[in-house]
Design a protein around this ligand. Structure first.
Ligand code: GLC
Length: 638
């Protein structure tokens, strides 16, 4: 009545009065969510920050900025955060990842968006987009995008931040998560900070490590191992314009950031939060073991690195708890595990299973599963929350980081063994069908790493070149078996783009002066869409491989024995050519057997019983033993 008297329709007047109220209620709720998260971590975060930097004003600034990034976070992302908070979504067994270079796959970010149907068809629902931030256009100065010149700008050759946001949105609509690299150890020498440092601005020089003291450089060189001993020897790069050297552990154009300076830490955390707010789900922290330097140490995995990663974890849990931190720790297992942190103080959510990857290829070359069994047993003995990203190949070389103490007990010494592996995979050793190239062969230590695609390492390139159908059968079988073995492990399996269609090495980089010095480009070829066309032609290499992998992935999604929480163990089977993995869940047991040898083997089951073959779908009511062809596998469920 009162409203009518004032001549105002009831609904309008209430909505007018309510709107700001509703908005402020939503805001109050959001603020309280932020405060709850901040309160949870504040004391520890402050403690660690002050321990490292002893700078209250900079800590206060960090807290203000966290709130600002939280306020900026899109509503849809905040909702996702709430759904994911406290739930280890990245451990779901239906996740299947792929890593790809945007330009190789589809030219640009929009091109990727246009080809999401293909990705959906492959079954991929996690996409790692290789570095796409601004980087020098000259490829000999970009390290494949790992030399970032602007953390807030997309490489214009690939698109814009808006394209990225649009891709993220489309991916989320289709249930695809996105991963990107956060290259935090260094910037490109074309980054604004580096330019200003080079111009002699002290504030910016203090963000890197400058020295004119040759004695210090020599000491450093004595204590710290080389990352790229042949392609980029040395740890410092001399800048004639300043008469000083700057620390460059990777390439001379990648300047190491000085995390002793709180300004560097704060600014890099703001960059991290900015990128998280673009709709990323997983942030891969690149080369993280290297971020803290201390003269007199080997400058790897120092305690301060863990302090920084722990702070980063808390910062992300306060602002964007849906984000997963994936640590790139390419180190020996004893160095890798601490990056998970502890149950009370976790650091990374997920780590690369690098030792398992290298040991797998060692097993292929030696046709002896003993070292792999040990390695998998070690992984099985870890807390189940420790989640690994499993892979056969990635964009980098394979460094032969194996358990040489054990190999030496078995009579295999490190240097000759590495030499054998490199000979084998180049196709020079007896019985090898692999093709590929060495990487950073060090004439001083005799050390070398290796580059090639999965298909080339399995013999698909050689068999195709020689037109040898029988050899091709074996090569495809080996490739499929290795993927079945990959999918038999707990954790997130990642396929390298092109592997699903058996893409082989690309030697064309030799003719490109900007890339010719870096043999990793041999497995970073342009995605060959002509191979995709052959997927539908029965009997082609591509169809056989692609369909087999799809089938395996579907089985993995459908069977609870593949859960991350399933019990996994390695069976100590008498024949060293056979790898036997057992997974148990809900009273059912998967017996996954793999023949890592060039001859067929008879495999004996633990007892005569009924088993279902998950791949053929057939049931054998009374199975005691079976023949396993060379490089074949079986998934038997009981
Ligand atoms: C990581 C990347 C590698 C790059 C290096 C330096 O190890 O995987 O490709 O060269 O970091 O950023």
């Amino acid at each position: 009545m009162a409203n009518e008297k004032h001549g105002e329709p009831t609904t309008q007047s209430t909505s007018r009065r309510r709107q700001p109220l509703v908005r402020s209620a939503a805001r109050a709720r959001a603020d309280s969510v932020f405060l709850r998260r901040l309160r949870r971590h504040h004391d520890e975060l402050r403690w660690l920050y002050m321990e490292l930097y002893d700078n209250g004003a900079m800590f206060a600034e960090l807290c203000d900025q966290m709130k600002a990034f939280y306020d900026d976070r899109a509503e849809a992302l905040r909702r996702l955060d709430e759904q994911r908070e406290g739930r280890a979504w990245y451990r779901d067994r239906d996740l299947l990842g792929m890593q790809m270079y945007i330009d190789n796959f589809a030219g640009s970010i929009r091109g990727v968006e246009d080809n999401l149907d293909y990705l959906r068809h492959t079954g991929v629902n996690y996409l790692h987009l290789m570095p796409f931030l601004d980087t020098p256009a000259d490829k000999s100065r970009s390290d494949g995008g790992y030399a970032v010149s602007d953390f807030r700008r997309v490489n214009p050759e690939l698109g814009t931040m808006d394209d990225l946001a649009s891709l993220a949105e489309k991916c989320h609509e289709r249930g695809i998560s996105l991963c990107m690299d956060f290259v935090m150890n260094h910037t490109s020498d074309e980054h604004e900070w580096a330019r200003r440092a080079r111009a002699g601005e002290g504030e910016y020089m203090s963000r890197y490590f400058f020295t004119g003291d040759q004695g210090l450089i020599d000491r450093y060189t004595r204590d710290v191992p080389q990352v790229f001993p042949t392609t980029a020897p040395g740890h410092f790069t001399y800048l004639p314009e300043l008469g000083q050297s700057v620390m460059t552990q990777f390439y001379p154009y990648q300047w190491d950031l000085n995390y002793r300076n709180p300004r560097v830490f704060n600014e890099m955390m703001y960059n991290f939060l900015y990128l998280a707010n673009q709709g990323m789900d997983v942030i891969r922290i690149d080369a993280v073991p290297y971020i803290w330097k201390q003269l007199g140490t080997n400058c790897r995995n120092l305690p301060q690195v863990h302090t920084i990663v722990r702070m980063m974890r808390m910062i992300s849990e306060i602002v964007c708890p849906g984000i997963v931190l994936l640590g790139e720790v390419v180190m020996a297992p004893v160095e890798v595990l601490p990056y998970f942190g502890t149950v009370e103080k976790p650091e990374c959510h997920m780590l690369y299973n690098v030792t398992t990857m290298a040991t797998t290829w060692n097993t292929v070359a030696c046709r002896d599963t003993r070292l792999l069994r040990r390695q998998l047993e070690t992984v099985c003995g870890l807390p189940r929350e420790h989640t690994f990203l499993n892979y056969l190949r990635c964009h980098d070389d394979i460094g032969w980081g194996l358990d040489y103490a054990t190999l030496s007990d078995w009579g295999m010494e490190e240097v000759p063994h590495k030499r054998y592996l490199n000979e084998y995979f180049q196709g020079h050793a007896e019985g090898s069908t692999s093709r590929g190239e060495l990487y950073n062969a060090d004439p001083v230590t005799g050390d070398a790493r290796f580059c090639a695609t999965t298909a080339s390492m399995c013999g698909i390139e050689a068999a195709g070149f020689e037109g040898d159908a029988a050899a091709m059968d074996v090569a495809i079988r080996k490739d499929v078996m290795l993927h079945a073995y990959l999918l038999s492990q707990s954790g997130l399996p990642i396929v390298y783009s092109g592997d699903e269609v058996g893409q082989v090495n690309d030697y064309s980089y030799h003719d490109d002066p900007e890339r010719a010095d870096d043999s990793r480009y041999v497995h970073r070829g342009r995605f060959d869409w002509a191979l995709v066309d052959r997927v539908d032609e029965p009997g082609t290499v591509q169809q056989r491989l692609y369909d087999a992998l799809r089938h395996l992935e579907r089985i993995r999604r459908g069977e609870a024995v593949f859960d991350a929480d399933a019990e996994m163990r390695v069976v100590d089977y008498g024949d060293p050519a056979i790898l036997w993995v057992e997974r148990r869940r809900d009273g059912r047991t998967l017996h996954a057997t793999f023949n890592f040898s060039d001859e067929a083997r008879t495999v004996w089951m633990p007892e005569r019983a009924a088993y279902a073959d998950l791949v053929t779908g057939e049931k054998d009511g009374d199975l005691e033993s079976f023949e396993l062809a060379a490089w074949d596998f079986r998934w038997l469920l009981r």
